[in-house]
Design a binder for this molecule. Structure first.
Ligand code: ADP
Ligand code: MG
Length: 260
């Protein structure tokens, strides 16, 4: 069976605004599947990612989210993370003074302590081995882990740091919300290669993107189009190609009633 994500009739709004942004989202992602979520700017894609992670700025007004049989909406963000939900942020924050390696060791130890309050955390040699294994797998230079987290990182390096976090934390579901405007071809390649290296029967992936081009590198089995806070079209890779060729105008025309 594996850890399935089930989103049913999800309605959500942002704090301080009456108007809902998400207006009945339905989506099921099984462990091992790669899904792409596309849609014009402002359609609600990032809002969905934020709601999945439990960002308190967003309020769920209707519907439900189940992950691995648990009601995700009742869990705090750190509990969701421990269950295996990973969100790569669209705008990662810089933490000067904390190296990437330190950050990751804290994250691992927090998990171990959540399972066993008496846990002493991962030993330094074990942690070194783990980092080496993951960085080799991703063809990353070992010096990278000694850098301060996102401090002065280029767009590509931020993406690399996210992918390394994902490799170390071994999520069951990864949600990647991309800055479509900011991602140069280098960063795109890094994210794609990382995801392709990590994808497999244990990992479900939701790639959120405005443009089709990342899907040339990460081949999704399923493509969904969000418009007006709903998933209005679902299909295979051919749907992404249609959007590449024809843009979103036909979506806007066909579903103009949805956005009202
Ligand atoms: P997308 O990621 O598809 O471009 P978003 O989820 O970012 O769309 O935004 C959907 C709509 O919700 C937009 O109209 C946006 O302005 C609004 N919105 C999202 N987050 C906020 C927020 N924190 N404050 C105010 N408006 C927001
Ligand atoms: Mg967005």
């Amino acid at each position: 069976m594996g850890a399935t994500l089930e989103i049913r009739n999800l309605h959500a709004r942002v704090e301080g605004k009456e108007e809902p942004i998400l207006r009945g989202v339905n989506l099921t992602i099984n462990q091992g599947e790669v899904h792409a979520l596309m849609g014009p700017n402002g359609s609600g894609k990032s809002t969905l990612a934020n709601v999945l992670m439990g960002n308190p700025a967003y309020e769920v007004t209707d519907g439900e989210i189940y992950f691995d049989g648990e009601n995700l909406l009742e869990l705090e963000p750190d509990e969701r993370s421990r269950m295996g939900v990973f969100l790569a942020f669209q705008y990662p924050v810089a933490i000067p003074g904390i190296t990437l390696a330190n950050f990751l060791r804290h994250a691992i130890n927090a998990r171990l302590k959540a399972i066993d309050p008496d846990s002493k955390g991962i030993s330094i040699p074990d942690f070194r081995r783990l980092m080496k294994e993951k960085m080799d797998k991703l063809h990353m230079d070992h010096s990278f882990a000694g850098r301060y987290l996102n401090d002065g990182f280029s767009g590509g390096e931020k993406k690399r740091a996210e992918i390394l976090q994902m490799a170390v934390l071994e999520p069951k579901l990864a949600v990647l919300d991309e800055t479509d405007s900011g991602l140069d071809i280098d960063a795109l390649r890094i994210v794609s290669e990382g995801v392709n290296t990590l994808r497999g029967p244990e990992l479900g992936v939701l790639v959120i993107t405005h443009y089709q081009r990342i899907l040339n590198y990460i081949k999704p089995q399923y493509v969904h189009v969000m418009y007006g806070g709903q998933i209005v079209e679902s299909g295979g890779a051919d749907l992404a190609l249609r959007l590449e060729e024809q843009g979103y105008d036909w979506v806007r025309e066909k579903y103009s009633a949805v956005a009202e």
